[in-house]
Design a protein around this ligand. Structure first.
Ligand SMILES: O=C(O)CCC(=O)C(=O)O
Ligand SMILES: [Fe+2]
Length: 447
């Protein structure tokens, strides 16, 4: 309040184009008229159908250790088994049942992929439809692998934050860099403002705000969007700049296309990690009893890391988003069951590991290291379980209808005979950091 704002320029300001060229050259606008009318109508119909089917939901994300609902409602479309992670939330795209709606969006994606302008001169032409020159195809084809759809109706929002630094107006999405992308991933965004009447004054239409990161001298840039317009963030624009979305007066969809960094974000990846860990578990074919193949500290550490990864990056992430996909007959149901089975075997592995470390009268080499490894993995697990419990039971989470409410899973009671270790690891941790005479405890080992 009363603070001095940094200037920003819009299209009607002098020096706008010059500022764009000099400080925002990775931003490219592609006017609505450059896409076929038929594609517009198919994509827009698909977006409206997704809204009608209730596929677009607000995410309960985490920003600076606090839970918040996104102001926009979202849906992730993507290749089966691929996920997209942002704001401590892993989104699991749901291909089943949405296919009819996905097709036009996939078509849009291809169309946006093909269009990769080399010539920045295009920009000037791009602002009007007068220059029909076909866009140049870029150096290499872009393969967008995730599409994040956004939707917001400002009329339904009781409160939207004011853009704080420049005074650009109300924000639907605050300043951010897009996360979890490959380096220099282009981001292509299709803008569909419902019932957009042309000739809108700047204030009432949807706009994009851009700023140079860590810079309070370069003026910000404000780009108004008409329905059907697309914009691209190219080169390193997403990492060197931040962007925000400024709300107009109408309901509005955006279809955002990106190249996610998914080396650790696919179902195949986590399944193979689980296999790696489980290769250290031997099951006696006669008795069915379990034992660890190797007690090498590095191998055990590796297993405990995978254990935490599958529990916190997959199982809890998935269940935290509740049953929201269940009504579309989730593609993820079976894979998640299998991951949970694998995870449960890893609980057995940790139990065996713990038993070895706590066993009396053993003086193996590497025991100290084993003890340290175990204690650090368990402490991490314990803290992360607590964080997920808190997230699941937060007051915001309570406001969700039952079918969307977060589920704290896996969870089990103190004396669940089916589980090798307790859910709450506090006792194990504390008994192993306390000195207890006559027992070989981690604390003793660590001395
Ligand atoms: O809706 C837009 O134009 C962009 C939204 C955005 O920045 C995002 O989803 O990351
Ligand atoms: Fe973004």
């Amino acid at each position: 309040m009363g603070e001095k704002k940094i200037p920003f320029l819009g299209p009607s300001d002098r020096g706008f184009q010059q500022l764009w060229d000099s400080s925002y050259s990775g931003l490219v606008l592609r006017k609505s008229c450059s896409l076929p009318a038929e594609l517009h109508s198919r994509v827009q119909a698909a977006l409206l159908t997704l809204r009608k089917k209730g596929c677009l939901l607000k995410d309960l994300v985490r920003v600076r250790d606090r839970d918040v609902f996104t102001a926009v409602s979202r849906a992730l479309l993507g290749e089966p088994g691929h996920t997209y992670r942002y704001l401590d939330t892993r989104l699991f795209p749901e291909p089943v049942g949405l296919e009819a709606q996905e097709k036009p969006v996939a078509q849009l994606k291809h169309s946006l992929s093909d269009y990769h302008i080399q010539d920045k001169e295009e920009l000037a032409g791009g602002l009007g439809c007068s220059q029909p020159s076909p866009p140049q195809v870029c150096t290499g084809p872009v393969k967008f692998n995730v599409t994040l759809l956004n939707y917001m109706d400002p009329a339904q929002m009781s409160h939207l934050k004011e853009e704080p630094y420049y005074g650009m107006g109300k924000m639907a999405v605050g300043w951010h860099h897009d996360e979890n992308l490959i380096t220099h991933s282009p981001v292509a965004v299709y803008n569909y403002s419902c019932h957009d009447d042309k000739g809108n004054v700047e204030k009432s239409c949807w706009r994009i705000g851009l700023k140079v990161a860590w810079d309070i001298h370069t003026p910000g840039l404000m780009l108004p969007l008409e329905s059907g317009d697309c914009y691209y963030m190219r080169d390193d624009l997403n990492s060197t700049h931040q962007h925000c979305v400024l709300a107009g007066e109408t309901a509005r969809f955006s279809s955002t296309h990106r190249v996610a960094e998914c080396s650790k974000g696919t179902l195949t990846y986590i399944q193979s990690r689980c296999q790696e860990a489980l290769s250290n578990l031997h099951t006696d074919p006669e008795t069915g009893s379990h034992s660890l193949v190797t007690l090498q500290p590095t191998a055990l550490q590796h297993c405990e890391e995978i254990h935490n990864e599958v529990e916190f990056e997959w199982l809890r992430q998935y269940w935290f988003q509740g049953q929201r996909y269940a009504r579309f007959c989730s593609w993820w149901t079976r894979p998640m069951e299998q991951l949970e089975k694998d995870w449960k075997l890893m609980e057995t592995m940790t139990m065996l590991f713990l038993a070895t470390v706590e066993e009396e009268g053993q003086a193996e080499e590497g025991r100290r290291e084993m003890a340290e490894t175990l204690l650090s993995a368990l402490t991490d697990r314990h803290q992360q379980r607590q964080t997920w419990r808190d997230r699941c039971h937060s007051s915001l989470a309570q406001t969700l209808p039952p079918e969307e409410a977060p589920v704290d899973r896996p969870f089990w009671g103190v004396d669940d005979p089916g589980m090798p270790l307790p859910f709450d690891l506090a006792d194990i941790i504390s008994r192993n950091v306390e000195t207890k005479p006559g027992r070989t405890c981690l604390k003793n080992v660590l001395k």
